[in-house]
Design a protein around this ligand. Structure first.
Ligand code: SAM
Length: 291
């Protein structure tokens, strides 16, 4: 049995062999801790029936675990140097396909439908490039793809924001957007020593499962733009943030007051104390007032 790609020695040997260093601009930190890799596979509850999407396979350390645990792996890697490495390191696996693409530039829905067939559900498993964690998460959640589980490594600070409860300082727009689409739990905490090179921050693996929002809205983007406006100045009241967004003339104030009344929200409250459901109530009330 050959030595795992992700073992600390083999990872370093592969980088040396290709004369490569981890590229900061692509957020390259390679996982070299077998316990964490096993933990990621366990969190995704992978079986030989599963179609997996990976983002950023790098030199293939995590990909190898995925290839062994799942049916098919389909991965997006932006760095052509990595794609070259992968063609060698993953050559023992015939169930892996790598696309040399920026995951933020592709049509995820179309690419997945083409590769797996339109109806097949997928699990997304990735050690994300940290500089674009949020845009990738939002792209995954907003693309019309049929995912059953999303297990992703990210910087611990971002994981804390995703799982934050109202009233805490981590709670914000991201927590609320995530709460709309998914149930979120932290599966693993990961020390910086689990990587080569070690990043400057600790990490966490977050597990998301899809959910039906309690109050689905027709245009979630409009709801989120209200949420962003409500949080524009965290230390200011909801009322002041709403005036900032919609304007300050008397007619507007009257309509805003009615909408707040209707949704039973105190104008003086700060957005950070409001749940997704309360903000959705406010959004629907504002729609009724023709905002
Ligand atoms: N999966 C490997 C591991 O766990 O060891 C590498 C993870 S590393 C944190 C992030 C990977 O994402 C790198 O391989 C990097 O080149 C790749 N990447 C960065 N930006 C990307 C993008 N926009 N689209 C696709 N891959 C990207």
């Amino acid at each position: 049995k050959s030595i795992k790609i992700a073992s600390p020695m083999r990872t370093q040997a592969i980088l040396n062999q290709y004369g490569l260093r981890a590229k900061k601009k692509f957020g390259q930190n390679f996982l070299t801790d077998a316990n964490i890799l096993t933990g990621i596979v366990a969190a995704a509850e992978l079986t030989k029936e599963d179609a997996v999407v990976e983002i950023g396979p790098g030199i293939g350390g995590l990909t190898e675990y995925l290839a062994q645990a799942a049916d098919q792996v389909f991965a997006f890697e932006i760095d052509p140097d990595m794609v070259k490495v992968l063609s060698e390191t993953l050559s023992p696996y015939d169930n892996v396909t790598i696309l040399n693409e920026d995951v933020l530039a592709v049509d995820l829905q179309a690419d997945l439908a083409k590769h797996f067939g339109a109806d097949r559900s997928v699990k997304v498993v990735a050690n994300l490039p940290y500089y674009i964690t949020t845009p990738i998460l939002l792209a995954l959640l907003q693309a019309k793809i049929n995912w059953t589980n999303l297990v992703v490594m990210m910087q611990k600070e971002v994981a804390d924001r995703l799982t934050a409860e109202p009233g805490t300082k981590e709670y914000g727009v991201l927590s609320i957007m995530l709460a709309y689409y998914a149930n979120v739990t932290t599966a693993l905490k990961v020390p910086r020593t689990a990587f080569n090179p070690a990043p400057n921050v600790d990490s966490a693996v977050v597990s998301l499962t899809p959910k039906q929002p309690d109050q689905p809205v027709e245009k979630p983007d409009q709801l989120f733009s209200l949420v962003k406006a409500a949080f524009a100045h965290r230390r200011k009241s909801l009322w002041n943030n709403l005036l900032q967004k919609f304007g300050k003339d008397e007619k507007i104030k009257e309509r805003l007051t009615r909408a707040l009344d209707q949704s039973k929200i105190e104008p003086g409250i700060r957005a950070e104390r409001l749940t997704l459901n309360q903000l959705t109530d406010l959004y629907l009330a504002l729609m009724e007032e023709n905002f």
